[in-house]
Design a protein around this ligand. Structure first.
Ligand code: NAD
Ligand code: ZN
Ligand code: ZN
Length: 385
């Protein structure tokens, strides 16, 4: 089968690989119909995630048709078209029982932090992902969710990660009616987070990025205020204070993560010299801009190693920090309702549809933010495209 292959930082290609096999009675094999490239894939692509092995297939956002099931799979059957949440969750460990499906103990038992993730390095459990014609899906009785009749497949694939992630970012921001929320990062996750803030009763939503085309898109899609941190202001923290009566926003969402730009010291120590686990520029701005007693919601991904974070300001301002990988499965029923009722239309984010054969081009465009790219979908040759 054709599959994406990691050859080293910023080198990926599509190659022939053996078909995935059922390795456990609860596995299923899925024929992939749509799969996306995510900002999280860029951390792997850029070589910033430990133990990302040459030869791995990335891809944690995909939908497909079940073509084979293990002996103990009872909840889905061959022929079902399913959304596969990016986190692999057993559904029965102590984290899964609390709905923390991104922190499953079973699917990545050697990790003390995250659970298992499809296509996300050996720190994520070493599971090959869905940027391929076929993928093996563990715990098929729990994760894969049947795509409702009538749902657009482009909407469905965006429910496997960025839509629930944006929603959870807004949820973790603890928004009270009328609150002002600032979202850092106008990538697919930040744009969706800004959109979802309104669902929780926000009174004002502001988004920051460095790309005007993304800010313009966010303004239209999420009906929020949008500012370029490079050209609209000198100091993002002072700017955000100034436009919020010098008090600061009630909540800030970090939808950027460890590859943030905008601060020379963070960039040099975190991204060039690797003296810290990436640059925490957006998180810095969020902590310093938010009002006293405010909430910081982090969905932007950071590695497990040390980062320069202004923890003194967190303490002295009395901030609440909430952070996690999104628990996709927990949000799916509500996300499905919102899509079927027309409240959310995630597929509007898709700007690029690229054949899996051209995966290298797809990564290049999404990574370098070329051609006004917001979200890229890869379509395998076997997907009747
Ligand atoms: N927690 C989760 O479950 C989860 C799920 C999906 C993605 N993520 C993470 O969310 C983050 C965003 O993902 P994406 O797909 O939108 O990525 P993306 O790369 O498309 O977007 C990131 C955006 O942040 C902007 N940016 C860079 N530095 C900034 C700064 N200092 N302030 C404001 N904006 C800045 C970039 O210009 C870019 O537009 C990534 O870190 C990704 O790994 C987390
Ligand atoms: Zn993702
Ligand atoms: Zn579990």
């Amino acid at each position: 089968m054709l599959a994406m292959d990691f050859r080293g930082p910023r080198r990926v290609r599509a190659v022939q690989k053996p078909m995935p096999e059922i390795l456990h009675p609860e596995d299923a094999i899925v024929k992939v119909l749509r799969t996306c490239i995510c900002g999280s894939d860029l951390h792997l692509y850029n070589g910033n995630v430990p133990d990302t092995r040459v030869g791995m297939t990335f891809g944690h956002e995909f939908i497909g048709e079940i073509v084979e099931i293990g002996a103990e799979v009872t909840e889905v059957k061959v022929g079902d078209r399913v959304m596969v949440p990016f986190n692999i969750a057993c559904g029965r460990c102590i984290c899964c029982k609390q709905g923390m499906y991104g922190n499953c103990y079973e699917s990545n038992s050697e990790s003390t932090a995250g659970g298992g993730f499809l296509g996300y390095s050996h720190t994520g459990g070493g599971h090959n992902g869905g940027q391929a014609e076929y993928a093996r899906v563990p715990y098929a009785n729990f994760g894969p969710t049947v795509i409702p009749v009538g749902m657009d497949l482009d909407d469905a694939v965006l429910l496997t990660d960025i839509t629930p992630t944006g929603y959870q970012a807004a949820e973790m921001a603890g928004i009270q009616p009328g609150d002002t929320v600032v979202v850092f990062g106008a990538g697919p996750v930040g744009i969706m987070a800004a959109r979802c803030c309104w669902l929780f009763g926000a009174g004002r939503v502001i988004i920051l990025d460095q790309y005007d085309y993304r800010l313009e898109f966010a303004k239209n899609f999420a009906k929020c205020e949008a500012y370029n941190f490079r050209t609209d202001m000198d100091d993002p923290v002072m700017f955000l204070k100034k436009i919020t009566d010098w008090i600061g926003p009630d909540a800030c969402i970090d939808a950027v993560g460890a590859e943030a730009e905008g601060n020379v010291m963070q960039t040099i120590t975190g991204r060039k010299l690797l003296l810290q686990g990436g640059s925490a520029t957006a998180l810095h701005w969020a902590i310093n801009a938010v009002r006293k007693g405010g909430v910081i919601s982090i969905v932007g991904v950071y590695g497990p190693t040390d980062n320069l974070i202004p923890i003194g300001n967190v303490l002295n301002k009395g901030l609440t920090i909430r952070a996690n990988q999104a628990s996709v499965k927990r949000h799916l029923p509500r996300m499905i309702d919102h899509v079927m009722n027309g409240i959310l239309k995630p597929s509007l984010l898709i700007t690029h549809r690229i054949p899996l054969e051209e995966v290298a081009e797809g990564y290049h465009i999404f990574s370098a933010k070329l051609d006004n790219c917001i979200k890229t979908v890869l379509i395998p040759p076997t997907a009747n495209r």
